[in-house]
Structures are given as structure tokens and as C-alpha cells.
Design a protein around this ligand. Structure first.
Ligand code: COA
Length: 158
């Protein structure tokens, strides 16, 4: 790898959805069955979205949602297996944390199953010994929440 050819990009529109789907199938166990049309929706509703390129090859990806001041959450962090251990994951997360939509944010959250060591190296911490996180999993919830009537704003039907 010639590191001078590695490019970091923060434009959502530049993400090649076919390459992203392949990268997830190869290297992101939680995102192996994602459909192109759903990936397009997720990317359109995330900002920043960081992609990493070796010429025209997508080799890294991560995205976040942010309110720009108080809270942000990072999702879908992945580096292609051929490019790991070279500092690209670190640089990708640094690029994301320095993005104007994240740089002022008080708390940046993420969830990881196996990569705690990576994030600890980057300065992330466990907030406290007992987790405060709760999860509403739409596909596993035993009782579903009713959809309330809209009382303000535009109705979904316009
Ligand atoms: C996690 C991942 C993004 C790391 O990318 P990477 O480019 O290999 O990481 P880097 O080379 O930038 O490593 C940065 C630092 O973290 C360390 N590190 C990397 N992975 C680590 C791990 N699993 N445990 C402990 N330390 C780790 C490196 O040694 C390096 O330390 P240093 O800078 O102090 O020398 C990559 O392994 C990956 O894509 N894994 C599969 C997908 C995944 O699990 N993503 C996380 C989802 S939450």
C-alpha cells in the first residue's frame, strides 16, 4: 500500500453503495445482510459519513448521528482486513471526531461487541461499571408501542 494514495472523504454522496455492501459482507458481522436501498437511507440520514479510499477502492467506513452540541453516536466502523493495523482505523475515527458536526459534542457514544481495546487506545472510556443503556429492538419486542396521533407538525401523509 502506498499511503499517499489513501484518501479520507466526508461526502455522503461519494459513498459507493455496492462497494459498501461488499465491505460489510466481508468485514462487519452485524451488517452482512443490509440491502442497498436501506444503506442509501441510512447514509442520507447520517452526518458525518467518513469513507476511506485506496484510489477507487473503498477500504474504510464509519458514520455518526449528532445534535452538534450534546450527544452523538458512532455507527458501522469498519476497515478492510487487508488494510488493518496501519493506523487507518485511528485516523478514520479522528477524522470523524474532528468533523464540525462532532467536534463540539459533549458526549460521543458507541457500542462495540469485540473492539473495546481499539477504542480504549483512542481515548474512549467505559462511562461507569454498570451500563445505563437500554435497547428497543423492533424485531424482538414482545409488546409493541402504539403509534400516537400527530398533534403538531406535519402529518406523515402531508
Ligand atoms: C476495529 C478496526 C476498525 C480497527 O482498525 P485498524 O485500522 O486495524 O486500527 P488501527 O491500526 O488504526 O489501530 C489503532 C490502535 O488501536 C490498536 N488496536 C486495533 N485493534 C485493536 C484491538 N482489537 N484491541 C486492542 N487494540 C487494538 C492498534 O494496535 C493501534 O494502537 P496504537 O495506535 O497505540 O499503536 C478493524 O479491526 C475492523 O474493521 N474490525 C472489524 C469491524 C469491527 O469490529 N469494527 C468495530 C465495530 S464497533
Amino acid at each position: 500500500m502506498n499511503s499517499s494514495e489513501i484518501r479520507f472523504c466526508d461526502l455522503q454522496s461519494q459513498v459507493d453503495l455496492n462497494q459498501l455492501q461488499e465491505l460489510f459482507k466481508l468485514a462487519a458481522f452485524w451488517a452482512q445482510n443490509r440491502k442497498i436501498e436501506d444503506l442509501a437511507v441510512a447514509i442520507a440520514n447520517s452526518d458525518p459519513v467518513i469513507s476511506v479510499w485506496d484510489e477507487n477502492r473503498l477500504i474504510g467506513f464509519c458514520r455518526a448521528n449528532s445534535d452538534c452540541v450534546y450527544r452523538a453516536t458512532i455507527w458501522d466502523v469498519v476497515v478492510h482486513p487487508d488494510y488493518r493495523g496501519l493506523g487507518l482505523g485511528r485516523k478514520m475515527i479522528e477524522t470523524l471526531l474532528n468533523h464540525p458536526r462532532i467536534v463540539r459534542v459533549e458526549r460521543v457514544y458507541l457500542m462495540t461487541t469485540y473492539q473495546q481495546g481499539f477504542y480504549l487506545r483512542l481515548g474512549f472510556q467505559f462511562p461507569n461499571p454498570s451500563t445505563t443503556m437500554l435497547l428497543y429492538n423492533k424485531h424482538q419486542a414482545t409488546s409493541s408501542l402504539a403509534t400516537p396521533a400527530m398533534v403538531s407538525g406535519e402529518s406523515p401523509r402531508g
